[in-house]
Design a binder for this molecule. Structure first.
Ligand code: NI
Length: 271
């Protein structure tokens, strides 16, 4: 039996409290077969808010459509660094979508030098464009960064991204990168990898992150936490991420859940 089929009861010990998944790709085709059931499991696990960032123009549109139908889902719009080459042609439409009533952030955008699917200068230009749009509309940023923290921090500083703030999602940098991001006013989001046995670096970084700057997320369908590592991820599993973060921070899981949900509400101005 797959772990997902077991239902919410076994998914975590924080199901009596309010959880939020600050980064989920519920619009992705991996959920086409059973999206309604996936969301039902999330609500049963105590998830009260999901932020669904767009990865490209089509995904940004789907995120807006989903958020229009689901009261607990909110959208962000943007072009992932993997597809940064699309930004120039999509920027106007992203701007139009960003004015929608259910859009709470610009993203995901950022830099990914690990996979480098778009040339670095193209990624950098797209990131700067997203920051300008976020500042124009007064929306926070959802940022992806892999093996690119020095360039990322420099662009955030140069483009005054701190004026709108946002989150470095699925944070994977070191303590120095964390401190710089925190000093600029950013939040840090933690996902499934924080549950992995070898995540010593992430647990060390967590020690320097104040509770009021922490977010938890799944980044589903990717990066399922233990014990579902390697399987399809889903928002209900954010309970496991919250447990692992709570343990690293030395606070009770339900308290960590409500703090991170309050942080998400404040950052994304959710009702
Ligand atoms: Ni993502």
């Amino acid at each position: 039996m797959s772990p997902r089929a077991d239902g919410a009861a076994c998914i975590g010990r924080v199901s009596t409290t309010e959880l939020s998944d600050s980064h989920a790709h519920l619009d992705f085709p991996q959920f086409d077969r059973d999206r309604a059931q996936v969301m039902e499991r999330a609500w049963r696990a105590g998830v009260v808010a999901v932020v669904n960032p767009g990865a490209d123009l089509a995904s940004s549109r789907r995120a807006c459509d989903l958020a229009a139908r689901e009261e607990r889902v909110w959208a962000a719009v943007g072009i992932h660094p993997h597809d940064a080459g699309q930004w120039a042609g999509a920027a106007e439409e992203i701007r139009r979508l960003a004015r929608g009533p259910r859009v709470v952030a610009i993203g995901e955008t950022g830099l990914d030098y690990y996979r480098m699917l778009s040339p670095a200068p193209v990624q950098q230009e797209a990131l700067a464009g997203h920051i300008a749009l976020a500042r124009e509309l007064g929306l926070p940023l959802i940022l992806h960064c892999r093996d690119a923290y020095p360039d990322m921090m420099e662009i955030l500083r140069r483009e005054k991204a701190g004026e709108v703030g946002g989150v470095l999602h699925c944070f994977s940098g070191d303590e120095e990168a964390a401190r710089r991001a925190l000093n600029m006013g950013f939040h840090l989001g933690f996902a499934g990898p924080v549950t992995f046995a070898n995540a010593h670096n992430l647990r060390r970084v967590l020690r320097v992150v104040p509770l009021d700057r922490l977010l938890v997320e799944t980044d589903c369908p990717y990066l399922a936490p233990e014990p579902w590592r390697g399987k399809r991820n889903e928002p209900a599993f954010v309970a496991r991420v919250a447990e692992a973060v709570a343990q690293a921070k030395g606070v009770p899981p339900d308290r960590l859940a409500s703090i991170t949900t309050e942080n998400a509400r404040r950052l994304f101005r959710l009702p």
